[in-house]
Design a protein around this ligand. Structure first.
Ligand SMILES: C[S@@+](CC[C@H](N)C(=O)[O-])C[C@H]1O[C@@H](n2cnc3c(N)ncnc32)[C@H](O)[C@@H]1O
Length: 282
């Protein structure tokens, strides 16, 4: 007997219950993907028969999801800041908490044509969201991964933000001194061996995007130590960090002479973003 859209999605959600916290949502997203329909259509047409010629593809995707593969890798995209971004295994899957970084940069009192650097841009999420909101800002974005930058450039083209200047580099040395008003980064910040690495989508993401030494702070330490040479006087450094790293990151910034340190919590109430003004190096 033919099954309705609702029945097929519910059965798939039931199957995914052991692997994800949002089994029904995942099944719905994958159904929308194979049917090329949005959520509103799936709800409005929930009693219609699930098209039989799409059923096999849907079941194969559910099989893959049941093995743990991230939904974003199966559909090849993820929404960030209401923008549809391409995602591949070479790029971090953009996370909702990173939108707090974007919000904070947008809330700063900056010059009209500010120079902003997104350090470790991955698929370009932060740089693209900022370029989308502030077309007159000069947005620079760098990453050590060529494969990620290729995805970022494609995302910039697809979102009409191709004026972003992408650079392949692994340090701030490629830029001049005192050339940015803001350096923003969602750097790798997970400690090697953290049990969290064995759970969920993260198992399928690149170590280079995630890992930062024994305590997860290597990249943050680098930014704290070097950003002030690349920032203009009074410029801001904003970084995402792990839910249990706020005190350590604040202490690093204080020791390095940064001022106006502020912490921003995520929706769960954990401090996840930190901002600070660079010390005056004169
Ligand atoms: C956690 S991911 C963030 C990606 C993206 N900004 C986002 O929020 O979705 C960190 C990114 O930093 C890059 N990265 C790590 N160390 C770097 C370094 N020293 N120089 C440049 N990029 C680096 C990685 O390749 C990866 O793309």
């Amino acid at each position: 007997m033919a099954n309705s859209v609702k029945q097929v999605i519910e059965a798939a959600g039931f199957r995914l219950a052991a692997v994800t916290d949002a089994p029904y949502v995942d099944a719905q997203v994958l159904a929308g993907y194979v049917l090329c329909r949005d959520r509103a259509w799936l709800v409005a047409h929930s009693d219609e028969v699930f098209p039989s010629d799409r059923l096999n593809e849907f079941r194969l995707l559910i099989d893959d999801r049941a093995q743990g593969r991230p939904v974003a890798h199966l559909t090849g995209h993820r929404e960030f800041w209401s923008l549809r971004l391409k995602v591949t295994p070479d790029t971090l899957i953009p996370r909702p908490e990173t939108e707090h970084l974007v919000e904070q940069v947008l809330s700063l009192n900056l010059p009209e044509a500010a120079d902003i650097l997104d350090f470790g841009t991955g698929g370009g999420a932060i740089a693209i969201a900022l370029a989308h909101e502030r077309p007159v800002w000069r947005i620079h974005a760098m990453d050590m991964s060529v494969a990620a930058l290729q995805v970022a450039a494609e995302n910039a083209f697809l979102t009409d933000t191709s004026h972003i200047c992408f650079v392949n580099a692994d340090s701030l040395a490629v830029y001049g001194v005192r050339c940015f008003d803001v350096i923003v980064s969602n750097p790798p910040y997970i400690a090697e061996g953290d049990p969290y690495l064995r759970r969920g989508d993260i198992r399928f993401e690149s170590d280079d995007a995630l890992l930062a030494g024994e305590d997860g702070l290597d990249c943050i330490r680098y930014l704290v130590a070097h950003a002030s040479q690349s920032l203009r006087p009074g410029g801001w450094l904003l970084m995402e960090h792990g839910h249990d790293q706020a005190a350590a990151v604040r202490s690093l910034l204080r020791q390095a002479g940064y001022t106006d340190i502020g912490m921003i919590a995520d929706l769960a109430g954990n401090d996840r973003v930190i901002q600070a003004r660079c010390p005056d190096n004169d």
